[in-house]
Design a protein around this ligand. Structure first.
Ligand code: ZN
Length: 512
């Protein structure tokens, strides 16, 4: 049976404001002892009144703008009633019929597809402001303990339209959303820490139909990997039901079990919950047009634009640009390094061609920053900081490679030393006597080695390319180990091929 998958997401994003949504309690209470960031307002003592947090409202507007939403200048809150110990008021202050952001559309590039052509446009149904509930802990002995620190923290709930067709698309949207909230500075977006919590709605339908069938809601998804796995599991489960001609006929909620890698039935949704919504009488609607203007003018460069700029301005490959902007510190460092690199090249070589340096900068940065430097840091179990090696020193290091003053073996050793000592490359080269053989010296040795080995050269020309290793060894000996063996093989091969071309009459041309 040819089935199509329909997925929509509901994502709660925790906003990183200083204080909570409706009181002045500390909102950075993650690491504080339980029940210490609390007050009569967030504990719902009688006679207390909520006061909306201006920063939280502005953050929600900022996120709505970045998701291409229309912003409602009239801010209205509603009470959503349900009874549970983690909700001291017996209701949650949320937004019902007038969400602050609605009708958005957000273009998303799915990895493995061509940029520009295959962007998926994700519809954003709404994004509204609300307060978080407290955290419950269920002990093994049947007790439930509650920490009210999180109760009353500001949240934005984003509801997408059912526009995703594969688990990968849903996961990519969440990853892009994390980048987005980080770039906007409104949340850390860490799924494992609960800064971003996702529920996914999924249903299948015969290919070609436009009707939406009964959906299943999957909860308890705590990582990007879990999103993909949970949805894959549901597709397989629901496909079997369709093939047995018993597709889901009643909406259900299922929880993802990350250990068992399965979804488990939690409850059947026979009827819509009756939350008895009504307008929050303690916060009459008010106008936020001024905040919308402020948020709009302060909107920073969004990740998609950032990625594109790295490709067009510096010539980075799409995957490298994506990897660089994953971490804002790394992206800023790369830009700083590139501008310093131009400075170094032009100040150390008056005849340098600025266009050639420009063309090479992205290659050097992706090879040495993204691959070698990041690789070395992760081997050492260290995180990237802009201070470990300064942008100036890193640019000087790239200049030495660019100008062939050091070979790649020396460069790798030098990079390690720079991480260890935090000093400039020149200083380390001098003090540790790391300086490798210069390109000119290596050229002379290659010529000598070829001249000294007529027998091997002849063998090479008859197709016995294995003798290349002999010549590499000879040059290594002449350089006393300072040459770069990987580089040497290429250079000797190139040199021999040139000789063959120019001396056709002397050598027989082998077929290779
Ligand atoms: Zn409070």
């Amino acid at each position: 049976m040819n089935l199509e998958t329909i997925i929509g997401l509901e994502i709660h994003v925790q906003l990183k404001t200083n204080s909570k949504m409706f009181c002045s309690c500390d909102n950075r209470s993650e690491l504080m002892p339980p029940n210490t960031a609390i007050c009569p307002i967030c504990l719902a003592h009688p006679g207390t009144l909520p006061v909306p947090n201006r920063a939280a409202v502005k953050f929600a507007i900022t996120l709505g703008l970045a998701l291409g939403c229309k912003i409602n200048p009239r801010l209205k809150f509603d009470r959503k009633h349900y009874f549970y110990p983690d909700l001291p008021k017996g209701y949650q202050i949320s937004q019902f019929d007038e969400p602050i952001c609605a009708d958005g559309s957000f273009a998303l590039h799915i990895p493995g597809t061509k940029v520009d052509r295959d962007s998926l446009v994700v519809g954003i149904e709404r994004a509204h402001l609300e307060e978080d509930s407290a955290k419950s802990f269920h002990s093994g002995s049947g007790e439930t303990l509650i920490d009210f620190n999180r109760g009353g923290s500001p949240l934005v709930e984003i509801v997408t339209r059912p526009d995703f067709r594969t688990p990968l698309e849903a996961k990519t949207f969440l990853q892009e959303l994390r980048l987005l909230v980080r770039a906007l500075g409104i949340s850390d977006g860490d799924m494992e820490k609960g800064h971003m919590r996702c529920d996914a709605n999924i249903s299948l339908r015969p290919m070609g139909e436009t009707e939406l069938y009964v959906k299943t809601e999957v909860k308890n998804i705590n990582s990007f990997r879990a999103v993909e796995r949970a949805l894959q599991f549901e597709i397989a489960r629901q496909t079997k039901l369709w093939e047995a001609e018993t597709p889901p006929d009643v909406g259900t909620t299922r929880g993802w079990n990350d250990v068992e890698q399965t979804t488990v039935l939690q409850r059947k949704k026979e009827a819509m919950h009756d939350y008895r919504y009504f307008p929050e009488p303690d916060i009459p609607p008010f106008d936020v047009s001024e905040l919308v203007r402020e948020a709009r003018s302060a909107l920073p460069e969004l990740p998609s634009a950032h990625r594109l700029r790295f490709q067009t301005e510096y010539g980075f490959a799409a995957t490298d640009a994506a990897q660089l902007i994953e971490n804002e510190d790394v992206a800023a460092f790369a830009e700083h390094v590139i501008s310093e690199f131009y400075e170094w090249v032009s100040s150390t070589d008056a005849d340098a061609d600025p266009e050639a340096a420009r063309a090479k900068a992205a290659k050097l940065v992706s090879g040495w920053l993204l691959s070698k430097y990041m690789g070395a840091l992760s081997e050492l179990g260290r995180l990237f900081t802009p201070e470990t090696i300064t942008a100036e020193n890193f640019a000087e290091f790239l200049t030495l490679i660019y100008q062939s003053k050091i070979n790649s073996t020396t460069a790798q050793t030098l990079l390690r030393k720079m991480i260890e000592h935090g000093t400039g490359p020149q200083h380390i080269l001098e003090s540790e006597q790391l300086e490798g053989a210069s390109t000119e010296d290596v050229s002379v040795w290659i010529e000598e080695a070829i001249a000294e080995s007529p027998k091997q050269v002849e063998q090479f020309c008859t197709g016995k390319t294995a003798v290349l290793q002999f010549l590499v060894g000879l040059v290594m000996k002449k350089s006393r180990g300072t040459a770069d063996p990987l580089d040497l093989a290429d250079r000797i091969r190139e040199k021999l091929h040139k000789m063959i071309k120019t001396q056709k009459k002397i050598f027989k041309i082998p077929r290779f």
